[in-house]
Design a protein around this ligand. Structure first.
Ligand code: HAM
Length: 425
């Protein structure tokens, strides 16, 4: 029996990969213009890092981590998200000593043992961004401006920004208590999970998808009504800046996040087109995380975009594979040798050129050239080679001309470069 891949972990094949490259390239371009630099961290970290940052009572840490002991007995975990590893690296390399403000982005796979379904996988990919060292609400708005701009430039349709504030260590404990008191009245109506977690992580009950829990918590108090002065002012200023930057948003007072490190501003980009997995990006502020992990008292804010979900949304607008500039069709051994040398030479000049590697009939070679939607075909036969000429067929114009082999590569190169310049390629 042949070996198949692991459930919930997908191959991204040519045809789809172009969409991914487009999404990644746009991220590098947009984030670069906003002053972010790339950081690459390992896919495996010590388990403790995620327990301490994401929170022991979250679904991720309780149920979803790929954790194992390595040969030395150290407990390791495939990263379920990127923020904790980035902050770990930031502290370890004392990046704060080089610059008081760090703007970082990362692209890569994350791992969560969730039940796979459309838009939810066990290996998935995120494009994430983090700003460390700025607590001004302007940066919250700017992070959201960058995220919104990214969605516009990648032509992702139908996404809306929802924002909320989850308070801080000053105001959240009081809110937490009032929420627990509220939930106690409806305990019997809650699902088994929520009955278990209503004291350890009561905010998660507000996010439960079970209809009974949704109904029971309809009149639950909202964090927004319990914000301390500092958090309230911060949230109002974020909204003002968003208005100034003309960024549409709705306030969703019931939004809670599945990771415990958040403080103050939290947000999600949601879509109506992906069913239950409606968050295409999410993030927020995490002002206590850096010091909790042993670093200086610095604030942080960031987000992560789910690449699979974006690719699903772009699925209809699939991107065509690049067209070869030239296909070299040959007849006879000497012509094949000469054609092969020309192929490699042009490829070294950065030009996409194709040929058949095994001896096929001219008809079969032309069929393949057609299939690849090549722009031109160079037909090279023994007799023509001896005369120093070849046939050049321009596929889009259905034209064929006899060309001199002498200096042909140079003429082709300047023509292709010239055309690409005009097309802006
Ligand atoms: P998160 O909400 O857990 O946040 O994930 C962010 C995004 O990753 C989600 O909105 C979704 O698009 C995608 N995602 C999450 N789980 C899956 C899955 N199983 N399959 C497919 N896509 C998924 C974080 O990870 C935070 N680190 C974001 C952040 C950065 N907050 C501050 N900085």
């Amino acid at each position: 029996m042949s070996i198949t891949g692991i459930k919930g972990m997908n191959d991204i094949l040519p045809g789809d990969v172009e969409t991914w490259q487009h999404l990644e390239e746009q991220a590098r371009r947009v984030f670069g213009a906003f002053g972010y630099r790339e950081i690459r961290v390992p896919v495996v970290e010590k388990t403790e890092l995620f327990c301490r940052s994401i929170g022991e009572t979250t679904d991720i840490v309780e149920k979803e981590m790929y954790t194992f002991s390595d040969k030395g007995g150290t407990s390791m975990t495939l990263r379920p998200e990127g923020t904790a590893p980035v902050i770990r690296a930031f502290i370890q390399h004392k990046m704060y000593a080089q610059d008081p403000v760090s703007k970082l982005y990362y692209i890569g796979p994350m791992f969560r043992h969730e039940r796979p379904q459309k838009g939810r996988y066990r290996q998935f990919h995120q494009i994430g961004a983090e700003v460390i060292g700025v607590d001004d609400p302007k940066i919250d708005a700017q992070v959201l401006a960058m995220l919104s701009h990214y969605f516009i430039t990648t032509n992702i349709p139908d996404v809306t920004l929802q924002i909320n504030s989850l308070g801080c260590p000053e105001c959240r404990p009081g809110y937490r208590e009032s929420l627990i008191t509220f939930l106690e009245q409806y305990l019997s109506a809650l699902c088994a999970d929520c009955q278990r977690r209503y004291t350890s992580n009561p905010l998660r009950v507000l996010d439960c998808k079970v209809p009974g829990c949704k109904e029971a918590t309809q009149a639950a108090p909202a964090m927004l009504d319990s914000l301390c002065m500092g958090c309230d002012t911060h949230f109002n200023q974020v909204k003002e800046h968003l208005n100034t930057l003309l960024i549409d948003y709705t306030v969703n007072p019931r939004m809670v996040r599945g990771l415990d490190y958040y403080t103050k501003t939290t947000f999600e980009m949601v879509t109506g087109s992906l069913g239950a997995q409606n968050a295409v990006a999410a993030g927020g502020r995490y002002d206590g995380l850096i010091s909790d992990l042993g670093g200086p008292e610095l604030s942080g804010i960031g987000f992560a975009i789910g690449l699979e979900r974006l690719a699903l949304m772009l699925g209809e607008q699939s991107i065509d594979p690049p067209r070869p500039e030239l296909f070299i069709a040959t007849l006879g051994e000497a012509a094949t040798k000469a054609g092969f040398a020309m192929l490699t030479h042009l490829q070294r000049q950065g030009i996409l050129v194709e040929m058949e590697y095994t001896g096929k009939s001219l008809k079969a070679q032309l069929r393949r050239a057609d299939k690849l939607k090549t722009r031109r075909v160079l037909i090279l036969g023994e007799d023509e080679l001896a005369r120093g000429v070849a046939q050049l067929r321009h596929m889009d114009e259905s034209l064929q001309e006899e060309v001199n082999l002498e200096g042909l590569e140079v003429r082709l190169l300047s023509k292709i470069h010239g055309e690409n310049e005009i097309l802006g390629a």
